[in-house]
Design a binder for this molecule. Structure first.
Ligand code: FES
Ligand code: FES
Length: 162
């Protein structure tokens, strides 16, 4: 069965009902995709299928036929979200992080706080309390820097003399 995996046409010789998660981790040796619950509840196994986040533990290989699948390895460690998660404490134990980052990629360039909350609602994190994750996404999108710059400009503005 053919699919496009991290930009490369890839042939997979597994049973069509094999979970995509197992195909990725065992057949393709892409172990960045994690298994948490195995029941579609935690989001640790999130990958992008044709640009949309899906739970790879719930998707049989047959459904991925011909699709574009992106795993965390497909970001090559160079995506701004990966750097921001490391810098801002968005990644702690790291189990949720690959799925969280891929779900954040699907949010687009400058998501609002509400878009982050809704878009990441299916991705559970036991470590960060989410504040650091939202901060990381804002940092990657440039909005954290923009906010800081505005505050800095305000702080530098001379006060009127009385
Ligand atoms: Fe797939 Fe939890 S391992 S949603
Ligand atoms: Fe540990 Fe999210 S960083 S579960």
């Amino acid at each position: 069965m053919m699919l496009t995996l991290n930009g490369k046409p890839t042939r997979v010789a597994a049973h069509p009902m094999t979970r995509l998660l197992d195909v990725l981790r065992e057949d393709c040796r892409l172990t960045g995709t994690k298994e948490g619950c195995g029941e579609g509840e935690c989001g640790a196994c999130t990958v992008l299928m044709d640009g949309q986040p899906i739970n790879a533990c719930l998707v049989p290989l047959a459904h991925a036929r011909g699709a574009r699948i992106t795993t965390i390895e497909g970001l090559n460690g160079r995506h701004p979200l990966q750097r921001a998660f490391a810098e801002q404490g968005g990644a702690q134990c790291g189990i949720c992080t690959p799925g969280m980052i891929l779900a954040a990629v699907a949010l687009g360039p400058r998501p609002s706080l509400n878009q982050m909350r809704v878009g990441l609602a299916g991705n559970l994190c036991r470590c960060t309390g989410y504040t650091a994750i939202y901060r990381s996404i804002r940092k990657a999108s440039g909005s954290l820097t923009g906010l800081s710059a505005t505050k800095a400009r305000r702080a530098r503005r001379p006060t009127s003399k009385t």
